[in-house]
Design a binder for this molecule. Structure first.
Ligand SMILES: Nc1ncnc2c1ncn2[C@@H]1O[C@H](COP(=O)(O)OP(=O)(O)O)[C@@H](O)[C@H]1O
Ligand SMILES: [Mg+2]
Length: 302
């Protein structure tokens, strides 16, 4: 498919300012203000628009509309249990993409915003981010803090990075909200049952502008995860951060169950990587291949 006139000198647009209006479809004038007449704005959420010479915006990549299969992977989320190797795999994927000349940015679990800094303090007190005595949080307010930080990422960090044409590699994203908070909200007696929690969390997350195009589920058996957790450098105030009690194991089991449900609901979004006995590079290669394949398939289609 023609991309709408390659002779227009299409280039990746300059980064949008952080405070760029939070909208799915931009008016033609806004696009031309940012990328100039005749430029191509490759990804505004799922809808690609071309700013034409006459200043009107036209959808130019029909294949992008309504089909995630037809667009390149831009945002990759890394999900999985503690110690599975999410952060290590993300870094290895970043290096692998660099070797292939594909620009990507690594996005940490928590942002540097006040929301993120609050969560860094909270995780130092409890590795599962549960409210502890005198930290002033309840299960509901802690949920809102986590969701707030994800929205901050979405609007202020992920959006601008994708607009520059970078792949975003995010350490935990929306699925984390579901599989980590659901057990907490139910076992604390805050919300009556999982169904109600999942309904509430779905609504809370429904205005994210940049859902992951690919979610890498990093898997490793519990025994290996526990070994890795025991070995990892300690910066936790919580004394039990490197140990797994029976209660911790119950949390892991509940999370496993919800992750399995999330994957079953959207199987094509997930790529499960076995990061148990294998060297990290093997998993990284699988992820880089998946990104690269869809990139070239999309380019061929255009
Ligand atoms: N495939 C692997 N082989 C050996 N060590 C690994 C592997 N994947 C991760 N690790 C190590 O295990 C520890 C936990 O990994 P990390 O990426 O921090 O897990 P997560 O971010 O999922 O909690 C780190 O020290 C990391 O270097
Ligand atoms: Mg990590």
């Amino acid at each position: 498919m023609d991309r709408g006139g390659r002779d227009d000198g299409h280039r990746i647009p300059a980064p949008f300012p952080a405070a760029f209006p939070r909208r799915r479809v931009l008016a033609a004038q806004e696009i031309t203000n940012h990328i100039g007449k005749g430029g191509l704005c490759p990804l505004l959420d799922c809808l690609a628009l071309r700013a034409c010479r006459d200043g009107r915006a036209q959808p130019c990549i029909a294949v992008a509309l309504g089909s995630r299969e037809g667009i390149p992977i831009m945002l990759v989320a890394f999900e999985g249990q503690d110690g599975a190797g999410k952060t290590a795999l993300l870094e290895a994927v970043h290096a692998g993409l660099q070797r292939r000349g594909i620009a990507s940015v690594m996005l940490e679990e928590f942002s540097d915003s006040p929301y993120g800094r609050q969560l860094v303090r909270a995780v130092a007190r409890d590795k599962f981010l549960r409210p502890v005595a005198d930290d002033g949080a309840t299960p509901i307010t802690r949920t809102l803090e986590e969701v707030a930080d994800l929205y901050y990422f979405d609007e202020r960090i992920i959006g601008p990075a994708l607009a520059c044409g970078h792949k975003g590699l995010k350490d935990r994203h929306r699925d984390t909200i579901f599989y980590t908070l659901t057990p907490t909200l139910v076992t604390s007696g805050t919300i009556a049952n999982e169904e109600r929690v999942l309904g509430w969390l779905t609504a809370l997350c429904s205005e994210l502008l940049h859902p992951p195009d690919l979610t890498v589920y990093v898997w490793a058996p519990l025994s290996i995860r526990l070994e890795r957790i025991a070995r990892r450098p300690g910066h936790f105030a919580e004394g039990r951060a490197h140990k797994a009690s029976d209660e911790d194991r119950a949390v892991f089991a509940a999370r496993d169950r919800i992750i399995a449900w999330l994957i079953a609901k959207e199987p094509t979004r997930f790529l499960t990587v076995d990061n148990g006995e294998h060297p990290i590079e093997k998993g990284a290669q699988e992820v880089v291949e998946a990104i690269f394949k869809r990139q070239t398939r999309t380019e061929d289609a255009l």
